[in-house]
Write a protein that binds this ligand. Structure first.
Ligand SMILES: [Zn+2]
Length: 351
């Protein structure tokens, strides 16, 4: 990993103009990934040896064990047939658009051949956003549950499970006013065990957990947290007492309905929520280029995400052009034969 404070204009592009001039070819992109992955020189992923040489085909050969590898091997770009320039542009759009981008918009703006390819690219980018061991929320943390899914916005009808998915929300309060970071994750129910598991994953022990009067929070917070409970708070009163979680959940629902047109299935909801959290927690970042850098840095350090792991519940193409029977298998969509002329995106500056 590169030093934690990269320089604008030198280590990441400040503007679309810089982005285009830096990454006009696949070789440019590969250079950048090499630098992100091995800032102090090549390190063999097989034996851990530091040092080697670059071969004519761009791969590196370990000086100790002779293993050959490329900067994309073992990352989310592993064995991809999508040109790196297209990947980088997708990543730029993903990182620099305030609300992100839908698979359909990505397919259109990059002229990617299939909706599934665009959809899988975005899911691979989402998959890298959650670092293991990331810091949990601290200080004063509001916690509540809400329901996501369905067509209605901002509905919160009791705790019984309906068609919607129950999602736990945690938001840091900042003194004297305002909010810090947030976390969201689906939970199976509103029981003390489910809430406690969410808290342990997302809130640092010792923090003050602020909730409404829902009883299970007593057991969920026991011994790990300071519990500040607003018994009987509901309606406008709850909004006043827990403004952070209400704000975050309504923003998340608006985002799912807006950018993604509400077309988010239960199986993939966690990764969409992770994307929302990533965006919310970087909402004050002055440089979108830095967000681009962070996403790529995570991508270059993330294990490959297999297509079959993404399609637990594949999303149908909202605008199919051909009858389903004539479409290729998912594997052929993802990995077209080498001789198939790839429909390259019309990137400015690309040869
Ligand atoms: Zn080696």
């Amino acid at each position: 990993m590169v030093a934690s404070t990269p320089r604008a204009g030198a280590q990441y592009p400040r503007s679309i103009g810089e982005f285009q001039s830096w990454f006009s070819t696949d070789a440019d992109c590969l250079d950048y990934l090499e630098w992100l992955r091995w800032p102090d020189g090549f390190v063999c992923s097989g034996c851990g040896h530091v040092g080697g040489w670059q071969l004519g085909d761009g791969r590196f050969e370990c000086a100790a064990c002779g293993a050959r590898t490329s900067a994309t091997a073992g990352t989310i770009f592993d064995r991809t047939r999508t040109p790196l320039t297209v990947w980088f542009t997708a990543c730029w759009l993903f990182a620099t658009q305030k609300d992100g981008i839908s698979a359909l918009s990505l397919k259109r703006s990059l002229e990617i051949g299939s909706y599934q390819t665009a959809w899988a690219m975005l899911h691979r980018l989402r998959a890298v956003l959650v670092r293991p061991g990331r810091e949990r929320l601290r200080g004063q943390v509001e916690v509540d549950e809400t329901y996501v899914g369905g067509a209605e916005l901002g509905l919160r009808g009791g705790r019984q499970k309906g068609k919607k998915v129950m999602v736990a929300v945690a938001v840091e309060r900042v003194d004297p006013k305002g909010f810090g970071r947030c976390r969201m994750a689906p939970i199976s129910d509103g029981s003390a065990d489910s809430l406690r598991a969410f808290l342990k994953d997302n809130v640092e022990p010792g923090a003050t957990v602020i909730t409404d009067g829902w009883q299970p929070y007593r057991a969920a917070t026991r011994e790990l947290y300071v519990h500040q409970r607003h018994a009987g708070a509901s309606g406008p009163e709850a909004l006043r007492l827990l403004p952070g979680v209400h704000k975050v959940s309504s923003l998340a629902k608006r985002w799912l309905l807006g950018t993604h047109q509400g077309s988010v299935d239960d199986a993939h909801l966690p990764s969409y929520l992770n994307e929302f959290v990533f965006r919310f927690n970087r909402r004050r970042s002055r440089s979108r280029g830095l967000v681009f850098y962070r996403v790529l840095e995570l991508a270059a350090d993330h294990d490959p995400v297999r297509y079959r792991d993404l399609i637990i519940n594949p999303q149908p193409d909202p605008h199919p052009r051909r009858p389903p029977a004539s479409r290729g298998r998912p594997a052929s969509i993802e990995r077209p034969p080498a001789n198939r002329p790839w429909r390259r995106a019309e990137l400015p500056n690309s040869a």
